[in-house]
Design a protein around this ligand. Structure first.
Ligand code: 13P
Length: 258
């Protein structure tokens, strides 16, 4: 297994944080700090819909890419409050987080809708960051692999090996999100390796080896280097620590040096 076969991606998931002026200030602080990552790793900020246009303007010409935090699966129509993939690509958005556990937990997202959103994003030319992960009690009951394997298979149903070149998977154990409880590097590696083995069965080994698999869940400036050193952890999806330019940069530098 060769880590050089895939791109390391450090992505911030800002969640429901930052007004436009705050978003501008944060990205202006991040930009110069992470400029040295250009050509080495991918740096992404996934921001609320209201911040997308500002974020794209502030990061234009820099190595910071912009993502959205969700996308609807229909092309257009009577879906009040929703945003389509075409609306995002027209703005210049490159990435989109899909199936985050907060969407699954609070907004009724299912593997079926995650799959539909993933296909819609890919068909529009977006790069989906598909989130999977087990609940605490599922881990306690010893069914982490069943849960994550099922999510990967259902969420990527009908996705082709060719399209997998644009798919990022984020392994985010739900019990580690926003809790300060990080999975140990060994726990995170074990599941990321399992996800890759599942992809190899679904597609083929070369396709699986080329997929960027991120870890997310209380990744921070202190624990990032150890997590990113693992052979199957190719990046991070960062919540809280992505809201502070210095902390986010420490994680980016860990990936650059890793
Ligand atoms: P925290 O880094 O705040 O735990 O959030 C992780 C996450 O949900 C990223 O999508």
């Amino acid at each position: 297994m060769n880590k050089n076969l895939r791109k390391a991606i450090i992505a911030g998931n800002w969640k429901m944080n930052k007004t436009r002026p705050e978003a501008k200030a944060l990205l202006e602080a991040i930009k110069p700090l992470v400029a040295n990552a250009d050509g080495k790793i991918e740096v992404v900020a996934c921001v609320p819909f209201t911040n997308l246009e500002t974020a794209l303007a502030v990061t234009e010409g820099s190595n910071v890419k912009i993502g959205a935090e969700n996308v609807h699966f229909e092309k257009s129509g009577a879906f009040t409050g929703e945003i389509s993939a075409d609306m995002l690509t027209e703005l210049g958005v490159e990435y989109v987080v899909i199936g985050h556990s907060e969407r699954r937990q609070y907004f009724g997202e299912t593997d079926e809708t995650v799959n539909k959103r993933t296909l819609a994003a890919l068909n529009a030319g977006l790069k989906p960051i598909v989130c999977v992960g087990e609940l605490k009690w599922e881990r306690v009951c010893g069914i982490t692999e069943e849960v994550v394997g099922k999510q990967v298979k259902l969420d990527l149903y009908d996705v082709t090996a060719e399209q997998m070149k644009n798919v990022v998977i984020a392994y985010e154990p739900v019990w580690a999100i926003g809790t300060g409880l990080t999975a140990t590097p060994d726990q995170a590696e074990e599941v990321c390796a399992f996800i890759r083995a599942t992809l190899a069965k679904m597609f083929d080994q070369a396709t699986a080896d080329a997929v960027t698999i991120q870890y997310g869940g209380s990744m921070n400036a202190k624990n990032a280097a150890e997590l990113l050193a693992k052979p199957n952890i190719d990046g991070g999806l960062i919540g809280g620590a992505s809201l502070k330019a210095e902390d986010f940069n420490v994680i980016v530098q860990a990936a650059v040096n890793g």
